[in-house]
Design a protein. Structure first.
Length: 257
């Protein structure tokens, strides 16, 4: 991926301690802010807090760490979390019934998401979204599967087995789900399938997939416009961004809709 500069200068993120070295007093100059308050609660209920320190939380799905954002001159400006996600792929799977184009859509529960109408509510929010998932590591090798293999596997697991007719990618085949704090990029792949060969899906037991179907584009656009269908919110920015890239790559499909 090429570097992107503006005005011949490069902005960046650095660690909290690097910011203090570049600009002595950077941490102390923020008396009204909490400089990276890290709260740790033990199983016995005891809570410990740490400030003015660097930290990183890791799992197999990614990591969150504290970084400082610099301006174009490299001067520390403000603190912000940095999220790094493990390699993953977003899939637009599509096929034709006659001249009608349909796109694979899931209704999947996402426990992390707040209820936009009642943030204190506890129920899981269901999203209308396209298939997506993490790339598996190849057994015996310290590498992950290809975008095409990962996309095909996720499609089979989440929507159902199918005969693949064609796999393509957009120019610059990746997008960033939220560049204000996400450092990593998600791959994107377009998979054309034969809708006459659909089989059953087999999602992982941890996935809350309630429904999987191929939806005609006109109906899909209607759902996105109104924002909801059968209790699922069609407001996933990663899905809607992937769909935008798909239609920008194949404008003739959008025109037909």
């Amino acid at each position: 991926m090429p570097s992107h500069k503006q005005g011949g200068k490069m902005a960046a993120t650095i660690s909290l301690f690097e910011a203090e070295q570049k600009k002595p007093g950077f941490i102390a100059d923020r008396p009204t802010q909490v400089p990276w308050l890290l709260s740790v609660t033990h199983k016995d209920g005891a809570c410990f807090t740490f400030t003015k320190t660097e930290w990183k939380i890791e799992s197999k799905f990614g990591s969150i760490s504290n970084v400082v954002v610099c301006n174009a001159e490299g001067e520390p400006q403000f603190e912000k979390p940095e999220f790094r996600e493990s390699p993953n792929v977003h899939v637009i799977a599509y096929g034709f019934r006659g001249d009608e184009l349909s796109i694979a859509v899931l209704h999947e529960g996402r426990p992390h998401a707040d209820n936009p109408n009642d943030p204190k509510a506890k129920e899981v929010i269901t999203f209308g979204q396209t298939p997506m998932g993490y790339m598996d590591k190849i057994i015996g090798k310290n590498v992950v599967e290809s975008t095409e293999d990962a996309g095909t596997r996720e499609l089979t697991e989440e929507v159902g087995s199918v005969v693949i007719k064609k796999i393509t990618k957009p120019d610059h085949p990746y997008h960033n789900p939220n560049p204000s704090f996400v450092a990593t990029w998600s791959d994107i792949v377009f998979i054309e399938v034969d809708l006459e060969t659909l089989g059953q899906n087999s999602p992982e037991s941890s996935e809350l997939i309630y429904k999987a179907e191929y939806v005609p584009v006109k109906e899909l656009l209607r759902r996105i416009k109104v924002g909801e269908h059968e209790g699922a919110l069609y407001r996933s920015c990663t899905t809607n961004g992937s769909l935008m890239l798909f239609f920008a790559t194949f404008p003739e499909y959008f025109i037909k809709a």
